[in-house]
Write a new protein. Structure first.
Length: 233
């Protein structure tokens, strides 16, 4: 796949670090990578956003933002309150296609969950992915409650006719409880898609050198990894 959208079942579940891990694995294979953040919210003008964080952790990617809104809100709301034009799905799809023409892999990281509104017409990341004809990877939580949100996100993707190549647990605890351990078997069933990675919690605090060396082991071969995580699952 040359373009891969990355969404989550909610906020603060590891989308950016997962995106960075996929980027690091691809760079380690000698592939060129672009990271597109359609709408960055909750970050001031001079502060680094999610795309910059991916670049810091993963290495030399082409980091691109289409819009930035200062308040930490859904993109449509943040754009309206800032008095700025929102980002529409066609703009996102066109930007991804342009980057794909000069990169081996384009990672498009959404904001929050799949159906968060990007504009006043209610368009979402799913609309952009459908226009782009691109699959959507879903980053999920490890513990209680994740089966429901994962199943709902997968149902939404199917309703849009969008392929989901798999799911990644975005913050796998060092000492997983019973629910986490059971969810490893149950999550693929809830998603209707395979488990393609376990990203350890606090991975974003690792030094870039350590992160880049470790990232392939967190991911399945379908995402450029070694699949080593499966021996611990």
């Amino acid at each position: 796949m040359s373009v891969l959208f990355v969404t989550g079942t909610g906020t603060e579940i590891g989308k950016t670090v997962t995106t960075a891990a996929i980027a690091a694995a691809a760079l380690g294979q000698g592939r060129s990578v672009a990271v597109l953040k359609p709408a960055q919210t909750g970050v001031a003008a001079q502060e680094p956003g999610d795309a910059a964080e991916v670049e810091r952790l993963a290495g030399p990617v082409t980091a691109t933002e289409l819009a930035r809104f200062p308040e930490p809100l859904a993109p449509a709301t943040a754009a309206r309150r800032a008095g700025l034009p929102p980002v529409g799905p066609q703009e996102i799809a066109d930007a991804a296609a342009k980057l794909a023409a000069s990169h081996d892999l384009v990672l498009v990281e959404g904001a929050g969950g799949l159906l968060v509104r990007f504009d006043a017409d209610g368009h979402t990341l799913a609309d952009a992915a459908r226009l782009a004809g691109a699959p959507v990877l879903v980053v999920v939580q490890a513990g209680l409650g994740t089966l429901n949100t994962t199943a709902l996100t997968a149902m939404a993707l199917r309703s849009y006719g969008i392929d989901c190549p798999g799911i990644v647990v975005g913050s796998w605890p060092a000492d997983p409880d019973l629910a986490c351990r059971c969810n490893l078997a149950d999550l693929p069933e809830a998603a209707g898609a395979p488990l393609l990675g376990l990203v350890p919690e606090s991975s974003g605090t690792l030094s870039p050198t350590v992160f880049r060396a470790a990232a392939p082991g967190w991911l399945a071969p379908e995402l450029g990894g070694s699949g080593a995580f499966r021996t611990h699952a």
